[in-house]
Design a protein around this ligand. Structure first.
Ligand code: FES
Length: 721
């Protein structure tokens, strides 16, 4: 490990010095106040970590309790002693393993218990003691018409269609709460109000969908339940709470298991402090833990951009975001939103290394050429304690494939079928539910013709970037101004305008909104509902030279009140004018979006789209380290610590079968079952100029998630081992 390491930063030292002195209160890393989420009162419990007595909240996961106590290193790898920590927070990677009450567990999926004795996992865990007296309980068998794997937007939408028709449905989800990724989304959704709750926050949509399905008597829900395998006798093994094993016999299966985050090869990619954007959102928005002080995001898709926005909402500094493409692939309104708040976006840049000894202390990025190769001399290093990797998602489809092999009738919906926005997942879940009802003979009507069209529109990628047409808005009276500069499937502004002055040409969801009259009454409904915060209201009525501009704001932990000075920006964050806030409005109808009113000279009033909250100092680079490009010691298989160099060596010797590579290097043989490294191995083949048609993929292991054998025999964890 040479070349890319740079010294520990003062931030890193500060963090660990505080931790070692033990003077960090549990609240230090907790969100005390959130602009959108309610911080509930929870019961405190005690647990022990490497003989230190610490506190957690009842019901939270071990990983969250550790992060809330400032602990990010959960153990050290047996092969090279490298520090291990959380990566996916989704039960997929096993990087977060710790020993709890003598048993190795995934800390992101295991609840902390009162007086639990936890230890970091140093090397390989010892086998638990054998059970003195063994009691086997009988495995329960359950039949159902439909088994839905995944209680996220697609699964729940499908379940509603089935519940409405009284079809026996079992919905399982591996989390304690239904909603999937929706429960992590504090921002408002795109799409249309009638089809997918556009303008409503993901967290609220999750509640709406859950309430709906709980109302149908034909639907059963098992949370904390993981599908382990589809057996050849068409039955599915499911474990609940890590102990209760049941066999389900379904007529039809719907795979709505969502997606897992892709990983990226760069030096330092396995350091604690480097993790997926979904993991970060889980900590920040589900568990109300503040895992970072300064964050850098890699990846300019919607997931990365939104994670940056969520960090700001949680009071975490966002140092920057790097995207290798010339333009972010996420919605422009999302990207503009964070730019206006003061987050720089570095397009045509890639991550070169995450730096630090036991934890991230900085990140180095560099420009890339047209072939995405780093350009020497362009490196910049930023002090940060967390690097989020948000470089795309892969469908979780192994369950679908297995069900097919077992010849069960199987459908897929949501990200498990095709990666798209959650609004699209809801709609194609609804379609899947309808199709299943038809398959079972309960529904005899054909699917409404327009559903297919709507499904296609909702998954449309963003269109080309245009310039907002500011000249088309009047310079008198009161008018909404649209800062949309790209076609995306979204129209709630059209739906909420009580005077019908907003329309989209052709009446489609796609297309930019236009003003179709001058009857605006200044109700602010369009400003409040716009998911991109891309509508302002300009009011010339009292002072035509200095009109009042109303702006939507939802990062209230950066609190502003009347009389505060702000730097107004255009839609992409360029400073336009310094102004004083004249009024702030927040009421029940505004649903946690604040209206901030400022006065701006008429020459710029229509271009004002927001104001900066984050100071430039947060985003300044430190010195330049020497970076040697991606070296052979970058880790590909994080479970078994297999490097790019080891795998390259075998590829160059002619190996084309991933199973052989696995046999000689152990890549893919670790606890995650190759979920994180298989894509990266294929990437290495591609980099070596080998067509993937020549490559034999690895054989998928029989269980999707590892479970102790005792679970299958009905032995619970609670027993002495
Ligand atoms: S971080 Fe827990 S399994 Fe990935």
């Amino acid at each position: 490990m040479v070349g890319w390491r740079i010294g520990k930063s003062s931030l890193h030292f500060r963090f660990y010095a505080e931790y070692k002195q033990g003077n960090i209160a549990m609240t230090h890393y907790r969100t005390q106040k959130h602009p959108i989420l309610i911080v509930p009162k929870r019961k405190r419990i005690t647990f022990y970590w490497n003989n230190r007595k610490l506190q957690a909240y009842e019901g939270e996961m071990i990983a969250s309790a550790l992060f809330a106590n400032g602990i990010h290193v959960f153990g050290h790898h047996v092969k090279d002693g490298s520090a291990q920590g959380m990566f996916c927070a989704n039960g997929q990677c096993a990087q977060c393993a710790v020993v709890a009450n003598g048993i190795p567990v995934k800390s992101c999926m295991t609840k902390v218990e009162e007086n639990m004795i936890m230890e970091s996992l140093e090397g390989l865990p010892e086998l638990p003691r054998t059970i003195d007296s063994v009691h086997f309980s009988k495995t329960e068998q359950v039949t159902t018409d439909v088994l839905i794997v995944g209680g996220g937007p697609a699964g729940l939408s499908a379940a509603i269609e089935l519940g409405e028709r009284g079809i026996g449905t079992l919905v399982i989800d591996d989390k304690g709460r239904l909603g999937g990724k929706l429960v992590l989304q504090t921002h408002k959704f795109f799409g249309s109000i009638e089809d997918c709750y556009a303008g409503t926050r993901g967290t609220d949509i999750a509640k709406i969908l859950e309430e709906s399905i709980r109302g149908y008597p034909s639907i059963t829900v098992w949370t904390n339940s993981t599908a382990l395998y589809v057996f050849s006798d068409k039955k599915v093994g499911i474990v609940t709470d890590g102990t209760r094993y049941r066999i389900v016999d379904p007529k039809i299966v719907l795979n709505a298991a969502g997606a897992r985050e892709k990983s990226l090869i760069f030096p330092g990619n396995t350091l604690p402090g480097v993790y997926g954007a979904g993991a970060f959102q889980t900590l920040v928005n589900r568990d109300l833990v503040r895992p970072a002080k300064r964050l850098f995001v890699i990846g300019g898709g919607n997931v990365g951009i939104i994670a940056a926005y969520h960090a700001l909402q949680a009071g975490i500094d966002v140092v920057g975001l790097a995207e290798a493409l010339p333009q972010c692939s996420g919605y422009k309104v999302h990207a503009d939103k964070i730019k206006r708040l003061g987050v720089p976006i570095y397009t045509r840049h890639t991550v070169l290394s995450a730096n630090g000894e036991e934890h991230v202390s900085s990140v180095t990025i560099g420009e890339v050429d047209a072939a995405f190769r780093p350009i020497p001399g362009t490196e910049k290093t930023y002090e940060c304690d967390t690097v989020l990797v948000a470089v795309g998602l892969s469908p979780i489809d192994e369950f679908f494939q297995q069900a097919r092999q077992a010849e069960i009738r199987v459908f897929a919906a949501g990200d498990a079928k095709e990666i798209a926005e959650a609004s699209s997942a809801m709609f194609n879940g609804k379609i899947a539910g309808f199709e299943i009802a038809r398959e079972l003979g309960v529904e005899d009507k054909p699917m409404p013709e327009e559903w297919h069209h709507k499904a296609a529109v909702l998954k449309s990628p963003p269109g080309p970037v245009e310039q907002p047409r500011y000249d088309s808005f009047p310079d008198e009276g009161i008018t909404p101004v649209f800062h949309c500069a790209q076609e995306i499937p979204c129209n709630p502004c059209v739906s909420v305008c009580p005077k019908g002055v907003i329309s989209i040409p052709g009446d489609s969801l796609l297309g930019m909104p236009e003003l179709t009259g001058n009857q605006c009454i200044g109700c602010n409904k369009c400003v409040l509902i716009c998911p991109g915060l891309a509508i302002t209201l300009v009011d010339y009525r009292e002072d035509a030279n200095d009109p009042v501009v109303s702006l939507a704001y939802e990062v209230h932990n950066y609190e502003y009140k009347a009389g505060d000075a702000v730097v107004l920006t255009d839609l992409e964050g360029k400073a336009l004018h310094e102004a004083v806030i004249i009024e702030t409005i927040m009421n029940k109808a505004s649903r946690k979006t604040q209206i901030i009113k400022v006065k701006a000279p008429k020459e710029i009033a229509k271009r004002v789209a927001g104001f900066k909250i984050q100071s430039d100092e947060v985003t300044l680079p430190t010195g330049k380290p020497t970076v040697e490009g991606i070296p052979d010691d970058a880790i590909i298989c994080r479970c078994e610590r297999v490097t790019a160099g080891e795998i390259r060596q075998w590829i160059r010797r002619g190996m084309r079968d991933v199973n052989q590579i696995k046999a000689v290097t152990r890549a893919g043989m670790g606890a995650c079952g190759s979920k994180t490294c298989s894509d990266l191995i294929f990437q290495l083949f591609k980099e070596e100029g080998i067509s993937l048609e020549e490559v034999t993929p690895h054989t998928v292991r029989p269980l999707y998630v590892e479970e102790p054998l005792a679970v299958f025999a009905g032995v619970s964890y609670g027993q002495k081992r």
